[in-house]
Ligand binder design. Sequence first.
Ligand code: FAQ
Length: 358
Amino acid sequence: MYGNDYADPDDPGAGPLNAADGGAVEAAAAHVDRRAELDLTTFDAVIAADQRIEPRDAMPEDYRQTLIRQIAQHAHSEIIGMQPEGNWITRAPSLRRKAILIAKVQDEAGHGLYLYSAAETLGIDRSELLDRLHAGKQKYSSIFNYPTLTWADCGAIGWLVDGAAIMNQVPLCRCSYGPYARAMIRTCKEESFHQRQGFELLWELMRGTPEQQAMAQDATNRWWWPALAMFGPRDTGEHAQEGGHTGQSMAWGIKRFSNDDLRQKFVDMTVPQAQRLGVTLPDPDLRWNEERGHYDFGEIDWDEFWRVLRGDGPCNAQRMERRVNSHEQGRWVRDAAAAYAAKQRARHTSDGSEGSAA
Ligand code: FAQ
């Protein structure tokens, strides 16, 4: 195996920070491309040993397709997820809040880029993935089909949506596919800042006027259930038996926890935070269960979840229209970048030089 595993710069025993100092470059150069191999003994052994699969390793076609599906959906979610909060950049109530929001929305674009790059290591082009998104053949997270009606929604998204995203993504840092796992490390660090700024935004509102408090409570009421649905369908029941991916994805070390387990962890983490904030979570069935050592909570509206996935949520049409339009408007930039790269390549091959900016 080869690669640049994350090393904690504060941990003296973590090995060299610069991969080149650790022999990784030589290891990568010596690594044989085994993608076309049909013998999956090594793949099985690597998975059994809880090690990483890297792009040039042999892997089952279903493993590759599962990763393309999940990483693409994740990447699409990041870039479509820029829209609900991007909607508030011009209306942020102070320069400080505007600077934070711009930085956050920009981070989401960056996460999309890491993820499209990770997907490309599986042998698919990002333009193909975007075409699939625009044609409705690939999904993005249900959560981004809900509207941001007030400024408090930016707080609720940071606190609840980014909070749920972190709960889901920290285990993905240990995903069996190296490029995806490594992309998640920086993403999770940035999501952690996003979650805190959302909590702090709501904290300020809850210590403000009665109108501000009501706004924070209203945003919490509207985002709580969609945030719980982000973790995906239940582990048991009709859907899990018919089309659920969890069992296979856990066997391959892509997913480390089931959807319900992550959802429970999220509820257990978030209830005390809501108490500190002073907001009430909109679930009459929410209570501590001494026996289980977890919070019990009510049933998600699964009909609504599947409706949103089918394209019939409050903002599906608006989100896709904006995405497709901005893709079209950016065509000239992509064309210019491609023409520039072609010119560089032509110069490089004609005179044997390294090429330079024209
Ligand atoms: N929305 O069998 P499972 C973020 C689909 S990033 C839409 O459980 P799987 C950052 C699923 O694709 C948020 N579709 O599937 C941010 C499958 O359909 P398919 C995104 C959903 O893949 C914050 C079917 O249901 N995060 O928020 C959803 O094993 C703020 C059956 O489901 C990721 O993508 C859903 N909520 O598990 C950005 C994390 N749930 O493909 C901006 C990575 C399920 O058969 C602002 N992804 N489906 O047609 C994952 O961990 C997994 O893919 C799950 C689903 C857990 C989402």
